[in-house]
Design a protein around this ligand. Structure first.
Ligand SMILES: Nc1ncnc2c1ncn2[C@@H]1O[C@H](COP(=O)(O)OP(=O)(O)O)[C@@H](O)[C@H]1O
Ligand SMILES: [Mg+2]
Length: 349
């Protein structure tokens, strides 16, 4: 059922896009669903490769489940779902406000935030990010580059579609990095660039986004498993940069179109090899505090060559059942870290 809040969000997006352009994106959900279908073969390939590396056999159980077996030990996986963490740790990790509190108590920096308190005070000092406080992932209901009280109200409505609790955070500048940890060991780090388009001097930003989505559909998942949604985050991110969805970037000009990184393309992800040991230890501490053995710790930092305490970076969130494809679908595919190998060893080794 559509609520008044839904309509408010929709009206804001349609107003910025223009009704004709908004109508052209009507098939986006069906297309996104089609692209999601590409996840299964990509994960199949990744697990097959890991199994051959560790000498395990693979049995297809159907419905996307694989059974991986090495000598007497067997495990079952389904894409990124693995049998490693407890249900309690997984559920706890979804509560972003609680996780912020636990991380802070451990001495780790998190973005300044309020859940129930006065978010206007935070807004007066600069842009904020508004998100569901509990139970979501993949950027659902997250709106960045929120700068006015009016935008804050609409962004709250967008987050409330996913649940009653809403978290407002200081927008932290800098790049977003995914640290993948297993039992305290850092398996890989990927830099995740914000979704961007490159101008041709003729097309509007929304047209460039439509072209980008077409390319991703044609690549059948190999250039990323999501599409760029022209949503509230898109509208406010462009507004903050003094643009509109209908402006025309110059030929060759690169424009970041979202603050939320989740819908970027594979080519915007890069494997990072030189992370300071102090920073790796902070990421491991974040995973431990949440109680996850396998964790995707998201960090925003100006540099990875020193600890967060020194660089002024933050731990943004600690993800359970982290997507393994982020580590494979990167700009340099040959140089990607085969993270499924140590994970499979932990399961059946
Ligand atoms: N406080 C913040 N400052 C800057 N960017 C943010 C902030 N919070 C979220 N983001 C961006 O939005 C994305 C999604 O937010 P996140 O809290 O990770 O939600 P989800 O659990 O849905 O992935 C992040 O990966 C990041 O790109
Ligand atoms: Mg996230």
């Amino acid at each position: 059922m559509k609520t008044l809040g839904d309509l408010r969000v929709r009206a804001e997006v349609v107003r910025a896009l223009g009704p004709r352009v908004a109508w052209r994106f009507r098939s986006l959900n069906a297309e996104a669903e089609r692209l999601r279908g590409a996840r299964e073969p990509i994960y199949r390939r990744l697990w097959d490769e890991a199994a051959s590396e560790v000498g395990a056999t693979v049995r297809d159980l159907g419905s996307g489940f694989l059974e991986l077996r090495l000598e007497g030990r067997a495990t079952r996986v389904r894409q990124e779902l693995v049998d490693i963490d407890s249900q309690a740790a997984i559920t706890l990790s979804f509560d972003k406000t609680l996780v912020h509190r636990l991380l802070t108590a451990e001495g780790l920096s998190v973005p300044e935030h309020v859940e129930a308190g006065d978010a206007d005070a935070l807004l007066r000092e600069g842009a904020v990010v508004v998100k569901p406080a509990d139970g979501t992932g993949i950027g659902a209901g997250v709106t960045g580059s929120v700068r006015t009280a009016g935008q804050l109200a609409v962004a709250r409505a967008a987050a409330r579609r996913y649940g009653p609790r809403v978290l407002v955070e200081r927008a932290v500048p800098g790049e977003v990095y995914r640290f993948l940890l297993l039992d305290g060991q850092l398996l890989d780090v990927v830099r995740r660039g914000r979704p961007a388009v490159t101008g041709d001097g003729r097309s509007t930003i929304v047209e460039l986004v439509a072209q980008e989505n077409r390319r991703r559909l044609e690549a059948a998942g190999e250039d990323g498993l999501s599409l760029v949604r022209p949503d509230l985050d898109f509208v406010y991110t462009l507004q903050a940069a003094g643009r509109s969805p209908r402006s025309v970037p110059a030929d060759g000009e690169r424009v970041a179109v979202k603050t939320v990184t989740n819908q970027n393309r594979a080519g915007e992800n890069a494997t990072v090899r030189d992370t300071s040991p102090e920073l790796a230890a902070e990421a491991a501490a974040a995973a431990r505090v949440v109680g996850l053995r396998l964790a995707g710790v998201d960090v925003i930092a100006p540099t990875l060559d020193r600890s967060l305490a020194e660089s002024g970076g933050v731990v943004l969130e600690v993800n359970c059942t982290p997507g393994l494809h982020h580590h494979y679908l990167v700009a340099d595919r040959e140089g990607a870290t085969r993270v499924a190998v140590p994970i499979l060893r932990a399961l059946v080794g």
